[in-house]
Design a protein around this ligand. Structure first.
Ligand code: BJW
Ligand code: ZN
Length: 229
């Protein structure tokens, strides 16, 4: 079983999505805030935005959607979470394993040597430098940047051999991640989409459940459990 997730699974924890009518990209230019060019042009703006989101994510609590996945993973120990989210809520809900395709907002790395460096509590939302002299940046994947090849390969391998994939709370627009549910269908897996809104994947899904994940997933878990025991 694979749980492929996007920003929508954290919406009920109070974290904004990107492409909903009130999402980040309705207010901000993604190329200014989530691209290497934007960071080069105005690192302070980008760092302030990430620090605010990091703080919000740190205070947010996993919701019934995340927690239902923990239950599913207990029932099906080989199931994995493949997420585009950077907020760390899957791990905090006890989901395991969790593979983060787009990095994690609670880490930063050096632009020059790529080492992970701890946050500076005296300057949490400003420019900081690595011991090697390189500027520090959020350890997330921006537009035009490559995803970790090992995590991506792991994700495609899992999807190629799964029998059921849930695609949850993602607009299925950002590649290569958006390829995963299509890949699952191609190899014969049953694919269930959980999203209140249609996406470019909806017409292909075996089942499209148009409700918030916090409502759908706990109910589905109960049904699975009742069917098995
Ligand atoms: C609910 C809900 C509830 C609400 N319950 N559901 C043209 C064609 C194809 C590809 C490209 C192209 N031009 C450029 C590209 C490549 C580009 C791309 O895909 N662009 C498209 C947007 C067109 N991809 C890349 O650049 C990637 N890298 C790459 O391709 O490398 C190779 C390369 C190298 C060199 C040059 C060129 C290529 C990298 C992509 C990185 C994406 N980064 C971000 C920011 C991460 C850090 C951060 O968080 O700040 O990742 S952008 C943003 O989008 C974030 C997300 O992970 C990602 C996906 O968004 P997601 O999760 O789907 O959220 P939303 O908001 O879109 O959708 C939320 C959904 O939830 C909605 O459907 C709601 O209805 C639903 N929802 N409430 C259930 N309660
Ligand atoms: Zn360095």
């Amino acid at each position: 079983m694979v749980f492929f997730t996007g920003a929508g699974i954290s919406a009920e924890s109070g974290i904004s999505t990107f492409r909903d009518p009130d999402g980040y990209w309705s207010k901000y230019d993604p190329m200014k805030l989530a691209s290497p060019e934007g960071f080069k042009e105005d690192p302070e703006l980008v760092l302030r935005w990430y620090a605010a989101r990091r703080q919000l994510a740190g205070k947010a609590q996993p919701n019934p959607g995340h927690l239902a996945i923990t239950q599913f993973q207990k029932l099906f120990p080989h199931s994995v979470v493949i997420t585009q989210n950077v907020d760390g809520l899957h791990a905090r809900a006890g989901n395991e394993p969790v593979w983060e395709l787009h990095g994690n907002i609670h880490r930063q790395k050096c632009l020059k040597c790529a080492e992970e460096v701890a946050f500076n509590p005296d300057n949490p939302d400003g420019i900081n430098y690595c011991a090697c002299g390189g500027m520090l940046r959020p350890d997330v994947v921006w537009f035009g940047e490559s995803l970790s090849i090992s995590i991506l390969n792991q994700a495609f391998d899992a999807v190629k051999s799964c029998s059921l994939l849930f695609t949850i709370g993602t607009s299925t627009q950002v590649y290569p991640a958006a390829q995963l549910p299509f890949e699952a269908l191609n190899q014969g897996a049953f694919v269930i989409e959980v999203n209140p809104e249609p996406t470019p994947f909806s017409a292909k899904a075996d089942l499209s459940l148009r409700d918030p994940v916090g409502k759908v997933l706990p109910n589905l878990y109960e049904e699975f459990y009742a069917a098995l025991f």
